[in-house]
Structures are given as structure tokens and as C-alpha cells.
Design a protein around this ligand. Structure first.
Ligand code: UDP
Length: 214
């Protein structure tokens, strides 16, 4: 922010739906302040991102820094790291290896998955808005799925013989998540184009090659 102030740069803050914590309103709109545990295992990430938004808005108010704050919901696609532990990459790698598919909890928690190309278009759109547009703006795909549905889709699409197994639900795992993208629609003329099944097809193809290469 100091550098942006000195050089008069426009600065993007890649914020997150985690600022809403375990949300009590659904879908989440930008005016919602969130429900975040300040001392749990996710807190350094969640509160870190919330504090980053705070600093952006303070620099904007005090120094006129041109900020653009995007709240990024779950995103997936080719070039994810196979071992980063997130649900889409985990399920696909487990399916391709014929390993058990690990569902944390009963799999009834929901997420809304945005294909990476859509997300990038949204970010570029946000950076090209007029000076007065600061955000925060939700960027994500409002199509909501349970984790069990995602697992079943990956099993069907990969044709794997992998079975579902349950593992303990991590502490403070949000029960549900789905962006309200009215603001992005109105401000950027943006909405996601890629359906989960189509995005998964490309992502599975990527991980298949990676897996084949050893
Ligand atoms: N999850 C799961 N199995 C896995 C990895 C994740 O069931 O192997 C669940 C996780 O508990 C969460 C959801 O999938 O409810 C999304 O997890 P991820 O870490 O991808 O994203 P986040 O929790 O940050 O939304």
C-alpha cells in the first residue's frame, strides 16, 4: 500500500470469501460483516484477510490510494497444485490414483466453485473499473454443491473405482458458502460462464496428464 501510494498505482487486494467466516446469511452479499472465530485454526488466514481489507480502506480514505478489493470464492482449474489439500485437487488426484476419496464430515457442507478463467476475467474487469470503484466485490460462481455431490461427480467423470470414506470435519469448517454476485453483475457486467461439469472436464484432463507424467 505504501508503494502504491508513492507510485500512484492502482492496487488489487485478492481478498476471500473467508472474511464471511461460517456465514449466518446465505448467499453472502458484500454488506454482510461475517461470522469469524478470532482464535481458531483458520483465524490467521481469515482475520489476516479482514485486516488487509481494513488497511486498504484506510489507505484509500487517508491517502486516496486507488484500491480494488475482490472477495474471491472457491476457485479451481488446471495448474492447481496436486498436493495443496483443497477439495477439487484432492478428489481428482484420489480418483486418478484409485485411492479412497476423503470426505470431511458427512459431506453435506456446501461450496460454490468458480472456474479459473471466469475468475481471471472478473479480476481484469475489476481492475478496469473507474477510479471510484473500490469494492469489495464478490467474485465466484453462485452454483452451489454439497461436497458429497462434488465427490460423486468426480467419481462419475473419471470413471474411477475409488470409494468415499469419511474423515473428521476440520474445526470451524464453514457449513455453507455461496456468493451473491449482484454487485459484480451490475458494476462489471460480469458473471461466470463455465459450468462445474465443463470446468471439471478441463481440470481432470490436466491432472490426468500430470499423473501420467509421474
Ligand atoms: N474437503 C473434503 N475433503 C478433502 C478436502 C476438503 O471433504 O479432501 C472439504 C472441506 O472440509 C471443506 C470443503 O471440502 O468443507 C472445501 O475445502 P477447501 O479446503 O477446498 O476450501 P475451503 O474450506 O477453504 O472453502
Amino acid at each position: 500500500l505504501g508503494l502504491a501510494k508513492r507510485t500512484k498505482a492502482r492496487i488489487l487486494q485478492a481478498s476471500t470469501s473467508e472474511v464471511y467466516g461460517d456465514p449466518e446469511i446465505h448467499p453472502q452479499e458484500e454488506s454482510y460483516w461475517g461470522n469469524v472465530n478470532p482464535i481458531g485454526p483458520r483465524s490467521c488466514y481469515d482475520e489476516g484477510k479482514r485486516c488487509a481489507e481494513t488497511l486498504c480502506f484506510d489507505y484509500h480514505r487517508q491517502h486516496g490510494v486507488e484500491i480494488k478489493v475482490a472477495r474471491i470464492f472457491n476457485t479451481y482449474g488446471p495448474r492447481m497444485h496436486p498436493n495443496d489439500g483443497r477439495v477439487v485437487s484432492n478428489f481428482i488426484m484420489q480418483a486418478l490414483r484409485g485411492e479412497d476419496i476423503t470426505i470431511y464430515g458427512d459431506g453435506s457442507q456446501t461450496r460454490s466453485f468458480c472456474f479459473v478463467d471466469d475468475l481471471v476475467d472478473g479480476l481484469i474487469g475489476l481492475m478496469n473499473t473507474d477510479t471510484g470503484v473500490t469494492g469489495p466485490i464478490n467474485l465466484g460462481n453462485p452454483g452451489e454443491f454439497t461436497i458429497k455431490e462434488l465427490a460423486e461427480l468426480v467419481i462419475e467423470m473419471t470413471g474411477t473405482s475409488s470409494k468415499l470414506v469419511q474423515k473428521p470435519l476440520p474445526q470451524d469448517d464453514p457449513r455453507k458458502r455461496k456468493p451473491d454476485i449482484t454487485r459484480a453483475r451490475n458494476t462489471l457486467g460480469w458473471e461466470p460462464q463455465v459450468k462445474l461439469r465443463d470446468g471439471l472436464e478441463k481440470t481432470i484432463a490436466y491432472f490426468r496428464e500430470l499423473h501420467a507424467a509421474g
